[in-house]
Design a protein around this ligand. Structure first.
Ligand SMILES: [Zn+2]
Length: 387
């Protein structure tokens, strides 16, 4: 059991960071080099990793062999279903993106349209990659652990057996798992934050709408029904605008990409990130309307963030989507707001950083979800399917 546990943790680390030396694994797992060697050899025998001698010397002692994912090892399909696009990727162990395809979605697309598109993209991806170990789906909305969608106001979807529908579209009896995009992104970022164990953090992503994921004690906080993190619908401005959920003044109507564009008098169509970059550039050159729009945006972002920080007291905040793009321009002011209005007294400012995985946090989180069974029991599986 201990061997399986160490193997699972070792493979999880090789998957998260792409490679690890045997010496690193020994230190991360808290085991002797002899045990680390046995663990690595077990994973090699299972066809999951290879060990290579590092060419360059480390300066002292013998170089430690590097453990990497085996070429031709298992791959999964990761699907990211967002409001404006769907992305389908084939991902190997080591967080290796083998292929990535992205298609734009029409506004308020019917589920049938989206499922059909995913089926088409999955078909071409599977033909190029060979057998799949699983399918992981990142979904923009509240979803139960069994893959049943509860609601997605921005897509205008309610109560839908999404995992079953995608399973039928992909075919082949491959297991399909679905998770909330912010949850998957939060865990993907926490796993790759640089330590052997997931780092605790609050993850916030805004694009069309806003989502949050919280990792506490190394574990994702999920909520009783899978609806944790719908912070975008926290009402902050009773004098604000109507949200797709029907209420007035939800946080996301003040801090998603469209709200910044609305304040700056721009059209919120097409590539929102590109349009937001335009507002930032204009604010930087002293354009009054863009500057005021950005200041207002920062005020509402800070107000909601102070509430979140006061409630959850996270050790760090990681942001994605339009928040990551805007952050360099507002980081100082945002930190000041949190420091001045936060109840928690800190010795140093709360770290607020852009997502390490950039625009791929949720997609990689979906791949992690698809790999979950293999990563939990790497030696309990048969040799990786040949490609
Ligand atoms: Zn709302």
């Amino acid at each position: 059991m201990l061997r399986q546990d160490n193997s699972a943790r070792a493979l999880g680390l090789v998957h998260a960071f792409g490679e690890a030396s045997r010496a690193q694994l020994a230190s991360w797992l808290g085991v002797t080099r002899t045990t680390a060697k046995a663990v690595a050899e077990g994973l090699v025998a299972a066809g999951l990793v290879v060990e290579e001698e590092r060419a360059e010397a480390l300066g002292r002692g013998r170089p430690s062999p590097v453990v990497r994912p085996a070429p031709g090892g298992p791959v999964v399909m990761a699907v990211e279903l967002a409001v404006s696009h769907v992305t389908v990727a084939v991902v190997g162990l080591g967080t290796h993106l083998v292929t990535v395809q992205r298609e734009r979605l029409p506004s308020s697309p019917a589920p049938d349209t989206v499922i059909g598109l995913i089926g088409d993209l999955a078909g071409s991806a599977a033909r190029a990659s060979g057998p799949l170990a699983g399918v992981g789906v990142s979904f923009y909305g509240a979803v139960r652990p069994d893959g049943f969608v509860l609601h997605a106001p921005s897509l205008r979807w309610r109560e839908l057996p999404l995992a079953d529908l995608i399973s039928r579209a992909v075919g082949g009896g491959v297991p399909v798992r679905v998770g909330n995009d912010a949850d998957l992104a939060a865990m993907a970022e926490a796993r790759r934050a640089g330590d052997a164990r997931p780092r605790d953090l609050l993850y916030l992503i805004a694009e069309r709408g806003l989502g949050a994921g919280l990792v506490n004690n190394g574990v994702l906080v999920g909520g009783a029904t899978g609806s944790f993190g719908e912070v975008g619908h926290m009402v902050v401005n009773p004098d604000g605008v109507r949200c797709p959920c029907g209420r007035i003044g939800c946080w996301e109507t003040e801090v998603d990409a469209r709200s910044l564009l609305r304040r700056a008098g721009r059209r919120a169509r097409g590539d929102l990130q590109h349009a937001v970059a335009g507002v930032l550039a204009d604010a930087g050159t002293g354009d009054d309307r863009a500057r005021v729009a950005l200041a207002e945006y920062t005020r509402w972002l800070g107000l909601g963030l102070v509430n979140m920080v006061n409630i959850f007291d996270p050790p760090r905040v990681v942001v994605g989507g339009v928040l990551a793009r805007v952050l360099p321009a507002i980081a100082g002011e945002l930190s000041t707001v949190v420091a001045q209005q936060g109840l928690v007294r800190r010795e140093s400012p709360l770290p607020i950083t852009a997502a390490r995985l950039g625009e791929h946090s949720a997609l990689i989180g979906a791949a992690d979800l698809a790999f979950a069974d293999l990563l939990a029991a790497p030696l309990g599986t048969v040799r990786a399917s040949a490609r």
